[in-house]
Design a protein around this ligand. Structure first.
Ligand code: GLU
Length: 347
């Protein structure tokens, strides 16, 4: 169980893999930025395994992720902590929110709740929850329960716009990432903060499934708060989930909400986001094919605009002068021959 309580003035970031498959190049890109951002500020990195979904998480994937990260030179100072061992904290947070009247029982069917346990991704959160169960009377709830209906718990999303400053996106003239640009109710204000209407943020969101599985959003916020995380650096796919996390931080009374920084997603040659099915782009497949860690890091350093051309580098060499505010906002697009290209780098 996590115990360390640091002095809050220090930067604290985290690497938060979901051990549901082997790490691929998309994960490497995000973790590289999370690591460089913290290391460039002499901060502390925490490794947290987000294994809250019992059906999809495997301890073998957690072991493999640690091995792959270490191979890449992406180290950490505290952890690994496993969300599966921290259930008491999540239950306590749910109790606190329920006691304050900030959540309600939602009897909508499983199908509507399908996306809950996994992290939602930009432009994929579907239409906002229409509020079907928001104002049920005690009698209506009783009827549902007499009929044997199970319930999920949903947070009452506040009726105002929510915004946050993004270390990699705000204050730059670049267009919003596509997923957000297409989202009605999402804009950037004069200070560069990203602003979401309640609808753009998905409306009332679930924090616990009807089968008792705690939602990603709740676990991530409780952990970021408990571990006194001061910066969250991750892929653009979680941009649209951030307003919900800000709301939960506020509801749980966090006085030091982390800063967020979202980096562009790595795409394959067809322009698709990397996924578990891209076997050849897994870190271990590349390693087995003779690719060096320095080639992977060097390729991404070049794509991020940190070095002028693709050449092998150790990640530690990239620390001086690194800033999320300066990295390229273009998605790295991996050519079909990426494995050969990486294998040939520096040989
Ligand atoms: N575990 C999440 C994922 O792999 C990332 C969570 C986060 O960085 O907030 O998608």
């Amino acid at each position: 169980m996590y115990t360390h309580k640091p002095a809050p003035q220090f930067v604290r970031g985290r690497l938060a893999p979901s051990p549901t498959g082997f790490l691929h190049l998309g994960n490497v890109w995000s973790f590289m930025h999370a690591w460089l951002s913290v290391r460039s500020k002499h901060g502390t990195l925490i490794l947290r395994m987000e294994d809250i979904d019992p059906q999809r998480s495997k301890s073998a994937f957690a072991d493999a992720a640690m091995e792959d990260l270490a191979w890449l030179g992406i180290n950490w100072d505290e952890g690994p902590f496993f969300q599966s061992g921290r259930m008491a904290l999540y239950t306590e947070a749910i109790r606190k929110l329920s006691n304050s009247g900030l959540v309600y029982r939602c009897y909508c069917t499983r199908k509507e709740l399908r996306a809950l346990a996994g992290a939602p991704h930009a432009g994929e959160c579907g239409s906002p929850y229409p509020g079907t169960c928001r104002n049920l009377t005690a009698e209506q709830r009783k009827n549902m329960e007499t009929m044997g209906r199970h319930w999920a718990l949903r947070v009452r999303y506040p009726e105002q716009d929510k915004g946050f400053y993004d270390m990699a996106l705000s204050g730059r003239g670049e267009p919003l990432p596509e997923g957000l640009a297409r989202l009605p109710g999402c804009r950037r204000d004069a200070q560069g903060r990203l602003i979401f209407s309640p609808e753009a943020a998905g409306g009332d969101f679930a924090i616990c499934r009807s089968d008792g599985v705690v939602a990603y959003t709740l676990a991530v916020v409780v952990d970021d708060m408990d571990m006194e995380i001061s910066e969250v650096v991750r892929g653009d796919d979680l941009l649209a989930a951030t307003p919900r996390q800000v709301v939960l931080h506020e509801f749980l009374g966090n006085k030091a909400i982390p800063e967020f920084g979202h980096v562009p997603l790595v795409l394959d040659a067809k322009g698709e986001r990397l996924a578990k099915r891209h076997n050849g782009l897994q870190v271990r497949a590349l390693r087995n094919a003779g690719v060096r860690a320095e080639a992977v890091i060097g390729y991404f350093a070049w794509q991020a605009g940190l070095i002028d051309g693709p050449r092998p580098v150790r990640i530690a060499e990239l620390v001086p002068g690194y800033s999320l505010r300066r990295i390229s906002r273009r998605s790295p697009v991996l050519p079909d021959a990426i494995q050969d290209m990486l294998a040939a780098m520096g040989n």
